[in-house]
Design a protein around this ligand. Structure first.
Ligand code: CTP
Length: 408
């Protein structure tokens, strides 16, 4: 990261209702603080049975509030004071009982009272349900969750998996890092809402034999950051990834491939179903003409086998050549070692695309930061050095402003 914090200056009320998942709220508080948020913890009576306010105070850096009768509030109106100062209330865990209270507009405890008293237009309410799978599946819970949603709450999860009760099913609270990412995404402008975006990322690997191959140093980080930023902006995102060890961003549909031809064959049928195509992959330009089925062995002569290479299909150019009704709006990347703008402009013309993003390849591979120059018919725009996710969000903004739908 280049210094910027993803929740800088955000004021978050972290609400805990009763449930085993309270243990995850400790890590969540820590992650939110690390991301730059100011975190005020509010706990229900039941939550204090699962984790102590002392722990939550230490991790959040603020005294925990548990009662509407808290005499520390000079006007004795904790529910008003707290909700007027917050950008969002995140209830994690949100128990079945807590959501029943919300659905009915009850205010038996401070946390529910706070949710009811919040100014909904400037203080969002996010719920991270956590409960046994039968409780989650119960029609009463589903009714309450639907009601909370209809009343403006955003519901995060729950996930499926092993449960504290020993059963397996739907109802697990999302993990702390997932909830942090959901909160970060929540605050991003929805510039690509209703749009679909197809992204290629990472290197490709071209087999020489079953154990060796030709590849490059692309880490996939810029492409994964772009896929994440597009999903945060509300797009439906498909990510076709070469061999990389990166976690799939939330709400992104990922297809793993190895070689350039596999990437080509995955992308071409998908392209006409997407509005925008962003080719960040460092596709190998050539592949061995024939990959040996068995491992090549030294023959003792001291001579290396000669490797005949053939050119791979150009995926971006192939998408850009699709008939206009099937063609998404195409964005290319140019990773160059020198003369960045000149090469980028040549590629813009050669590939017949409306926008190309240039970066200095060797200097950026594997790093968490980058700097970009956007080249299109209008001219050049520099995006100065920043983290790849910050640059990806800027690129999303530019694409949202410049893309034009083709007639379908
Ligand atoms: N690209 C692609 N398929 C290929 C090669 C490149 O889709 N077989 C895409 C990349 O994802 C990138 C853009 O084309 O968006 C530019 O790729 P690059 O390899 O830098 O350019 P080349 O066209 O290969 O030109 P050169 O080798 O001269 O740099």
């Amino acid at each position: 990261m280049s210094g910027e914090l993803e929740l800088q200056d955000r004021r978050i009320i972290l609400g805990l209702s009763g449930g085993i998942a309270c243990y995850k709220a400790a890590e969540l508080a820590r992650e939110l603080v690390r991301a730059g948020a100011s975190v005020q913890v509010v706990m229900t009576e039941a939550a204090t049975q699962f984790i102590t306010p002392v722990t939550m105070q230490a991790l959040s850096g603020h005294a925990v509030v548990t009662s509407q009768w808290d005499a520390r509030e000079p006007n004795n109106m904790a529910h008003i004071n707290l909700s007027r100062e917050a950008d969002a209330i995140l209830v994690a865990p949100a128990s079945a009982d807590f959501m029943a209270q919300l659905a009915q507009g009850r205010a038996d405890e401070l946390l529910a009272l706070l949710c009811l008293a919040r100014p909904a237009e400037r203080c969002a309410l996010l719920l991270a349900p956590a409960m046994n799978r039968e409780m989650w599946a119960h029609p009463a819970t589903q009714r309450n969750v639907a009601q909370a949603r209809a009343d403006g709450a955003t519901v995060l999860g729950p996930a499926a998996g092993d449960q504290a009760c020993g059963e397996i099913g739907n109802g697990r609270m999302l993990e702390a890092l997932e909830l942090r990412d959901e909160l970060v995404a929540f605050f991003q402008p929805k510039r690509l809402a209703g749009r679909s975006v197809l992204v290629t990322a990472g290197p490709t690997f071209e087999a020489i034999d079953p154990v060796r191959g030709v590849t490059n140093h692309s880490s996939g980080k810029m492409g994964f950051a772009f896929a994440r930023a597009a999903a945060e902006a509300g797009a439906q995102v498909t990510l076709v990834a070469g061999p990389v060890h990166l976690a799939t961003p939330r709400h992104v549909c990922r297809i793993d491939v190895t070689s350039a031809r596999q990437m080509h064959d995955a992308v071409l049928p998908l392209a006409p179903r997407h509005d925008i195509f962003v080719a960040t992959a460092a596709v190998a330009d050539w592949r061995p003409a024939s990959a040996g089925e068995q491992k090549l062995k030294k023959d003792g002569s001291g001579r290396a086998p000669s490797l005949e290479l053939v050119e791979n299909p150009d995926i971006l150019a192939a998408v850009a050549r699709l008939p206009v009704q099937q063609r998404p709006w195409c964005v290319g990347f140019a990773a160059e070692s020198h003369d960045l703008v000149r090469h980028a402009r040549e590629k813009l013309q050669r590939k017949g695309i409306p926008l190309i993003v240039g970066n200095l390849g060797p200097a950026t591979f594997g790093r968490d930061d980058n700097q970009l120059v956007l080249v299109d018919a209008r001219g050049e725009t520099e995006l100065p050095a920043a983290s790849k996710i910050a640059l990806a969000r800027q690129l999303v903004q530019v694409i949202a402003e410049r893309w034009e739908p083709h007639p379908r």
